[in-house]
Design a protein around this ligand. Structure first.
Ligand SMILES: Nc1ncnc2c1ncn2[C@@H]1O[C@H](COP(=O)(O)OP(=O)(O)OP(=O)(O)O)[C@@H](O)[C@H]1O
Ligand SMILES: [Mg+2]
Length: 342
């Protein structure tokens, strides 16, 4: 699609949105106001994949719903290709492809192909053009390769449904794509396929806005990332720029053969600032400490000494590159739970 004169594909300006929720029982319940968005602003350029990264309840879905004209903000506006989501929703809708939660709005008894045909007709496509577009999208999303094009929606796997959701969002070949957690719950091949399609679309000049709480995904697929926490974008930049912000803290990682209690004890003795402790295959535990670059090697040394004392075997110890997750933790002081929007 040519004729995209607006300087930004998406321009979000000072979005605010509150919800009223009832707390407590039906009779004694009190109404409480939740400020879901407290002034969200960012822009997405043409040819760019922009990721809104944030924990549960941060305001990601609320933001994309407003941009996609599905929800009105209390304040602020979102421009898509120069059109206002608040004042010109029809203009906006013509220019966006939207993929919210995967299962929305498909006909369970219709096949993948029939569903696409239905939505194509609804969008004003028909005849040869529609048939060709559907074939193209069944190909692109791998539904054909999976032999799923004639499968009923109700019999499709989550991965197939996600691919179909993406195909539907692309039916009109929109210049702007908006996706809320497009890879949530997908297996690695499906997630990889979705990500590679998003990269391909951006390379053709389209703008892609996606939300995720998956740091790994944000790192590999996004040109720029906005970190959203409690209704505000608290940091923005390319993954590299954001990681450079925490270069004063490098992760020291130890793989140890130990019980969780022993590993905890070890972690505590080497400084306490453990960000993660997860089970690994083969009974290995993963202890991660953030250190300033000068003391990183000393921490490894000390960890090995302390491990000896505790009778814990260290299988591997190394200094790693910071990840977006480290940025996130450094900025919000919270891991991926948190949020709550209050
Ligand atoms: N319809 C609603 N009614 C009341 N509160 C809502 C509603 N939708 C969202 N909220 C609240 O607004 C805040 C932001 O929610 P939102 O769904 O935008 O977050 P999110 O970043 O998409 O989270 P998640 O990662 O869980 O999808 C949360 O506190 C949520 O509980
Ligand atoms: Mg959400």
């Amino acid at each position: 699609m040519a004729a995209v004169a607006a300087p930004h594909a998406i321009e979000v300006r000072g979005l605010r949105k509150s919800y009223w929720v009832r707390e407590g029982g039906l009779l004694r319940g009190r109404r409480r106001r939740i400020e879901a968005l407290r002034g969200v602003s960012f822009t997405v350029g043409w040819g760019e994949v922009y990721g809104l990264l944030g924990p549960n309840g941060a305001g990601k879905t609320t933001t994309v719903k407003i941009i996609a004209t599905l929800l009105e903000p209390d304040e602020g506006d979102a421009l898509v290709a120069g059109y206002s989501s608040v004042r010109e929703p029809l203009e906006v809708r013509e220019r966006i492809g939207v993929m919210l939660s995967v299962e929305r709005g498909f006909f369970w008894k219709l096949t993948a192909r029939e569903n696409l045909k239905y939505f194509g007709l609804l969008y004003g496509l028909d005849g040869r053009e529609l048939e060709e577009r559907i074939e193209e999208l069944l190909e692109l999303t791998g539904l054909k390769r999976l032999g799923a094009e004639n499968r009923r929606f109700e019999d499709m796997s989550l991965g197939m449904r996600a691919r179909l959701g993406l195909a539907r969002a692309l039916l009109r070949d929109p210049p702007v794509l908006i996706l809320d957690e497009p890879t949530l719950g997908l297996d690695p091949p499906s997630a990889r396929m979705v990500r590679s399609i998003l990269r391909k679309l951006a390379s053709r000049g389209k703008a892609v806005l996606l939300t995720t709480h998956n740091m790994f995904e944000a790192e590999i697929v996004c040109d720029r990332v906005g970190i959203i926490s409690r209704g505000r974008v608290i940091a923005e930049g390319s993954p590299g720029e954001l990681k450079a912000r925490v270069s004063d803290r490098v992760p020291v990682v130890l793989h140890v053969r130990a019980s969780p209690t022993e590993a905890e004890a070890l972690a505590q003795r080497i400084g306490g600032a453990v960000s993660r402790l997860t089970e690994r295959d083969g009974g290995l535990l993963y202890v991660r400490v953030l250190a300033d670059p000068e003391s990183a090697e000393r921490i490894i040394q000390r960890a090995i000494e302390e491990a000896l004392r505790l009778g814990v075997r260290v299988a591997e110890a190394r200094i790693e590159e910071p990840t977006l997750e480290d940025v996130f933790i450094a900025l919000t002081g919270a891991s991926e739970e948190g949020g709550g929007g209050g």
